[in-house]
Design a protein around this ligand. Structure first.
Ligand code: ZN
Length: 67
């Protein structure tokens, strides 16, 4: 006598699809840049952490901009 047991469930393979794609974006403008004065064209070395538009031109006092 062979008891008819219920069929075993289909073994589901666990899908290991880990989306660990690292986004290498967000690259800030590295140091070593320069700020330029839109007024007189004076260039100063851009200080890290100090946005150019926060720096005044040493010559004419105009706020600089990123070159
Ligand atoms: Zn200037």
């Amino acid at each position: 006598m062979t008891p008819k047991g219920p069929g075993k469930g289909k073994g589901r393979g666990q899908e290991a699809s880990g989306g660990g794609g690292g986004m290498g974006g967000g690259r800030a403008l590295g140091p070593g840049g320069q700020c330029i004065c839109p007024q007189c064209g004076e260039k100063v070395t851009h200080e890290r952490g100090v946005p150019c538009f926060d720096v005044k031109c040493p010559k004419c006092g105009t706020y600089m901009t990123r070159e």
